[in-house]
Design a binder for this molecule. Structure first.
Ligand SMILES: Nc1ncnc2c1ncn2[C@@H]1O[C@H](COP(=O)(O)OP(=O)(O)OP(=O)(O)O)[C@@H](O)[C@H]1O
Ligand SMILES: [Mg+2]
Length: 189
């Protein structure tokens, strides 16, 4: 069984997502030989290629726990010329404020680490992230959005409406069904 492609508008441009078929979870084991994920890998690779040409986008990757979101992203990452920036939301009782952004801030470069350290206003932080994504081609992965704090969910909404026209690709994974869209509210479940 293969993944099902779908698309959803995000403020005027297209975000793609896949609803991975439920019921395929396997016990975790490394190394992994990725099976039956040619289509989503091809689409991710094509989106990365288009981003470098100035046609950036957001890709949503949805599926149930254990269905293979992380291994798919690792396979995609291993095929990229430059490693992606990889931010994680975690199953914490108190989610880190802008946790995934803190994971990648140093790689996004100045002034982001300072802005985060100083507790700069959110609009300044968001603008700096967008500037970094406009500056040169980057691939930004945000994993497990279902565990995001509210500021991270807002950051994803902010970037989703603006990433078109940048040379960057953002990929956001979350537990759920692709056609219902990403989680509307943040926080641990
Ligand atoms: N297409 C696949 N080919 C090979 N192994 C797979 C595939 N999909 C999932 N697996 C295996 O299933 C297990 C769980 O995969 P993974 O951790 O990527 O799931 P996940 O969707 O990220 O889950 P979670 O929501 O808990 O983070 C791993 O052992 C992985 O190797
Ligand atoms: Mg995972």
């Amino acid at each position: 069984m293969g993944p099902e492609p779908s698309s959803a508008g995000t403020g005027g441009h297209v975000a793609e997502s896949w609803r991975l078929p439920y019921g395929e979870a396997r016990p975790y084991a490394e190394p992994v030989r990725l099976l039956e994920r040619e289509h989503p890998l091809d689409v991710l690779t094509e989106r990365a290629r288009r981003a470098v040409a100035g046609d950036g986008s957001l890709v949503l990757l949805a599926g149930e726990p254990g269905i293979g979101k992380t291994v798919l992203l690792r396979a995609f990452a291993s095929a990229l010329r430059e490693p992606p920036l990889w931010g994680m939301c975690d199953a914490l009782s108190t989610p880190r404020p802008l946790g995934p952004l803190r994971d990648v801030a140093v790689d996004l470069g100045a002034p982001l680490p300072d802005l985060l350290r100083e507790g700069a206003p959110q609009h300044e932080v968001f603008a700096a992230v967008l500037a970094a994504l406009r500056d040169r081609p980057r691939t930004l992965i945000v994993e497990d959005l279902h565990w995001a704090d509210e500021a991270t969910a807002d950051l994803v909404r902010f970037l989703a409406r603006r990433i078109a026209g940048t040379p960057s690709l953002m990929v956001v994974s979350y537990r759920g069904r692709g056609r219902s869209g990403p989680p509307a509210r943040a926080g641990p479940r």
